[in-house]
Design a protein. Structure first.
Length: 129
């Protein structure tokens, strides 16, 4: 058996089961198949939240599923009194978030594990009252 090559994608491609217990993390499914997931969690600053682990099954990209899921998350965040959102986007997801009204603040590195970082882009957007 060949040894598997390790990749940082092993860490970012695994969903955090605790997110499902937050009540602000959502899934899109059809006929029992999971199509997309994502949501938000409050930050320590009142009225601020972070977009969390948004993903769409690669067989269902560019069909509006991720956008519908994020639109739902934005609506629930607004109802909960959230007025400012931030996200740590992969470079490939920047156009997706930009289309949803997020603006880029700059390049960052996300720590995945001690000594392991992943390049990302910090983005933000306001939610209208």
């Amino acid at each position: 058996m060949r040894p598997r090559r390790w990749s940082p994608h092993c860490l970012i491609s695994k969903a955090n089961p605790a997110l499902l217990r937050t009540g602000t993390y959502y899934v899109a499914e059809t006929d029992g198949a999971l199509l997309a997931a994502g949501g938000w969690t409050p930050m320590s600053i009142p009225g601020h939240a972070s977009i969390r682990h948004v993903v769409t099954d690669d067989r269902h990209l560019r069909r509006g599923i991720g956008r519908a899921l994020l639109d739902h998350a934005l609506g629930t965040a607004q109802l909960a009194g959230i007025r400012h959102l931030e996200c740590k986007s992969t470079f490939t997801a920047v156009p997706f978030y930009r289309a949803l009204g997020f603006t880029e603040l700059g390049a960052i590195e996300v720590t995945l594990a001690p000594g392991i970082t992943f390049p990302a882009v910090l983005m933000e957007r306001a939610i209208a009252r």
